[in-house]
Write a protein that binds this ligand. Sequence first.
Ligand code: PLP
Length: 371
Amino acid sequence: MKRVIYADNAATTKLDIDAFEAMKTYLLDEYGNASQPYSFSRSPKKALQEARIIIASCINAEPDEIYFTSGGTESDNWAINGTAMCDGDKHNIITSQFEHHAILRSFEAVERMGHSVTYIKPNISGIVAPEALIQVIDRPLLVSIMLANNEIGTIQPIKKLAEIAHSHGAYFHTDAVQAVGHIPVDVNELDIDMLSASAHKFNGPKGIGFLYIRKGTKISPIIHGGSQEKGVRAGTENVASIVGMAIALKKNCDSLTSSCNHIKKVSAAFLNALDFEYILNGNENKLAGINSISIKGASGEALLHLLDLKGIIISTGSACDSINTQVSHVLKAIDIPDDLALGTIRISFDKNNTIEEAVTIAQILNKLVKL
Ligand code: PLP
């Protein structure tokens, strides 16, 4: 395989080798259906219990508050649709304009069911200000605001936003897909009711994730069938991926400070080596690895392809938008003018990137931008 410099870790990350090794056992040897009563299912069943304990401890939850899903998209769909459908009534629900499409499309679906949705505009620094929530809050059932934005990396004041939601009797959900495994996340400290996470964003396998649901939260199932996950999320458990997810998350959480310091240095080396004018989107309080830069007069899409030809993998916006050349809804929400938005690229580093890689990307970009 051609050697690449991979700098699109907000889209997905490399699978951790220990997670991969552990997964093999449950794919090739202990492959029994975890929900069957015979002895061959004992080991996968135990593996599920252990994974639930490990994952819960990483976010300070109880093991029985962790529900395995097929990833961030399903967790988001479940949190929004499942809460909206928990009784027969029509509700007010609040989110922000710059959420991931897994949230925005879920809200469009509940709007079609007759619920009323308010979309808060983030400020130009990429923050959903608590005052903005106070201004629109009107007896909502649910408020859902992401923990860290996937395009610009800004970290939201979740504790304050959740406090406001609770003081108005609403549940609070956060899409923490970009944050879990990258910054400390404590569901009790943040005082949130639901949280979505996805393994492939923290060096786990793709197609697996979880939804944290605080005990007592009223939520309907959205996937019906067998009685797995206490009867609220049907489907044969993906034991190997769940095991891989738990190992990857524990490893990332155990080395959070050192990884974060390393990633900060890698991002700084990249930005310092750029010798053209650019705007770094978002404010100071953001994920260390996400660098969204807007370059006047450039085409983000052209830069992505030119870098690709040189074996450098970056993104123009969120992964799900990479076939779509429309201006990113995130950049629109923070008032980046269209010409600058179209000249935006996202370089996202993780613990596997080196300073040398960061400087190489910057040096190549320096040449491409001046073409
Ligand atoms: N939410 C955010 C903030 C994301 O960045 C993503 C993926 O890019 C998702 C949700 C969807 O997660 P998944 O790819 O696991 O479905």
